[in-house]
Design a protein around this ligand. Structure first.
Ligand SMILES: *Cc1c(COP(=O)(O)O)cnc(C)c1O
Length: 440
């Protein structure tokens, strides 16, 4: 790719001074780093004005495009009033309003909102809270956690302990706590002739066998509802969540819904767990919560959990904290994001949008090299057969030349665009990806 001096200088400085995430830095001897100068809507622009369609919502966080005027205006307004204040012993309008509105979105079933700054922290908070709940209730032996095979819940040591992605976990295994993995209801793993629902039921039976044996020592089951993202967009039937809820109730184990990726409309309902008509004991939110503007996470929980900490004894309280807890700017961005959901009737509008995108990808889905083309809400994914090693990096580079930001996970190519993507942009994304698959 031809590139200007300005572009080259920035990416060279970045390679030296910035240690990029989830990256073997040596690969950037050949793999480009894209210097982004500005962004607007679904498009990123580099220093030369070359553009890239942000088809992965900048790592799954952006909901309504970059430089969204309503979120910008809300943040500018908030800056004139209060940027941040510590949340221990202090409070402010944005954090109170956000907590009330998030609670209302759960039908007030989860009425207590605890804040962190990123997804992994939300996982840590839910795990610690669950354990501490049982301890306060006289069950200190409930110290174990269960997650699904292939699950991803973040990469700090506690979150990584319940994550099951070998690439991220194996190196650090000696530092991690043990956790148990039960079979994933991922429908691609169904036996021949078994429907996604039947596979979900079979996996629920495996969960039951585990709980039967281990419930006395188990604090919680943590799941990514409907879509396991980082393992490669594994999708599953909502029946699994219904069964998991029943089993967790029967065996006295918490259910943690990690909706850090699936929340905020990504799977077609505001929260993914709503498709199973269940309520988790803990709901972890982050990523889309601020529309992709600022780091923020939240864990919502029930009166029953909250009440177990409410006491004269300080140590029975939840003594967990992060410096930027409940940051006012981040909360205000989240409120502006929730306003857009109402104003633009986003959940309804996305139904039509998703149907049009699925129609636009018909040829791609039927391509002889495309396997297991799948869709949930505003997520589309497929594998490319016979791709060979290094496929992900090759496709990433080839996509950039077609003005697309795609970031395959292994052989899995996925689209997770901002909800503001237009019909023309969807058509461009589908057509150029078909071209890339043809050339792969
Ligand atoms: C991204 C993600 C996390 C971790 O969030 P970070 O902000 O990257 O720490 C946890 N769980 C799920 C399901 C995620 O997709």
């Amino acid at each position: 790719m031809q590139t200007s001096t300005r572009n080259t200088v920035l990416l060279t400085r970045s390679r030296t001074a910035v240690w990029h995430p989830c990256t073997q830095m040596k690969q950037h001897e050949t793999l480009p780093i894209i210097p982004v100068a500005r962004a607007q809507g679904c498009w990123l622009y580099d220093c030369d004005g070359r553009r890239y369609l942000d088809a992965v919502s900048s790592w799954w966080v952006n909901l309504f495009g970059h430089a969204e005027p309503r979120i910008n205006a809300a943040l500018i307004d908030q800056l004139q009033q209060l940027e941040h204040v510590m949340l221990a012993g202090f409070t402010h309008e944005p954090v109170v309003q956000l907590s009330e509105r998030l609670s209302a979105l759960t039908g007030h079933a989860l009425g207590h909102c605890f804040y962190g700054s990123d997804g992994a922290s939300a996982t840590e908070i839910a795990l610690k809270m669950s354990f501490h709940y049982w301890r306060n209730r006289g069950r200190p032996g409930k110290t174990e956690f269960i997650s699904l095979a292939g699950s991803y819940h973040g990469e700090t040591l506690g979150a990584l302990s319940v994550t099951d992605v070998a690439l991220f976990k194996d190196t650090y295994a000696p530092l991690l706590r043990h956790s148990a993995q039960v079979p994933s209801p991922d429908w691609r793993q169904a036996a021949p002739g078994e429907s996604p629902r039947e596979h979900a039921m079979a996996c629920a039976q495996a969960l039951e066998r585990h709980l039967e044996q281990h419930h006395a020592n188990t604090a919680a089951l943590i799941v990514e509802p409907l879509v396991q993202g980082a393992t490669g967009m594994a999708m599953y039937d909502a029946e699994y969540l219904r069964q998991a809820r029943l089993l967790c109730d029967r065996y006295g184990v918490h259910l943690i819904a990690d909706e850090i990726m699936t929340g905020f409309g990504r799977t077609g309902t505001f929260f993914a767990h709503q498709q199973a008509a269940i309520v988790p004991d803990f709901l972890c939110l982050s990523k889309g919560i601020t529309g992709g503007y600022l780091p923020l996470s939240a864990v919502l929980t029930t009166d029953a959990v909250y009440d177990a900490f409410y006491d004269d004894d300080t140590t029975r309280g939840f003594l967990h904290s992060h410096s930027y807890t409940g940051n006012a700017l981040a909360c205000r961005a989240a409120l502006a994001t929730l306003d857009i959901f109402d104003e633009d009737q986003v959940i309804e509008a996305n139904r039509g949008k998703a149907a049009r995108m699925t129609a636009l990808t018909r040829e791609l889905a039927a391509h002889p090299r495309v396997r297991d083309f799948r869709n949930t809400g505003m997520i589309w994914a497929f594998e490319v057969g016979g791709a060979g090693p290094g496929f992900g990096h090759r496709l990433f580079e080839a996509a950039l030349r077609q003005e697309l930001l795609l970031r395959p996970i292994g052989n899995t190519v996925y689209f997770m665009p901002p909800y503001s993507i237009s019909d023309d942009e969807m058509a461009l994304l589908a057509a150029r990806t078909l071209g890339l698959v043809n050339a792969a």
